[in-house]
Design a protein around this ligand. Sequence first.
Ligand code: SF4
Ligand code: SF4
Length: 109
Amino acid sequence: MLLPEALDRFVCRRCNLCCRQPGYVYLSSAEAGAAAACLGLDPYEFTEKYCEVMDRQRLVLKKLPDESCVFLTAEGCAIHPAKPGQCRDFPVKWRTPRSLDYCEGLKQL
Ligand code: SF4
Ligand code: SF4
């Protein structure tokens, strides 16, 4: 059980394992627009190329067959300055019990 005081000390170790997990990164239209601008694309082009629509209404980022996010590169996140809130908020604002198994920053709290 992680206490809020412990989470205050969280430091990301840049292992990028959170970008390789099963599940989806959901993003709003505004977040898609910001990520598109970060890549110099228009929002329509961005969503066509990098997003899927879940449940006929929610945008998610595409994934590679090994479950990695389409934006994960050897240098880290290709849209880091404009990554969706779901990514920015992990793991301090949300996490799952399984996050403790892989997140290097959580393991060191
Ligand atoms: S958008 Fe960036 S931070 Fe978010 S899962 Fe993809 S690679 Fe990771
Ligand atoms: S798994 Fe944890 S330590 Fe690794 S990049 Fe993600 S947030 Fe940072």
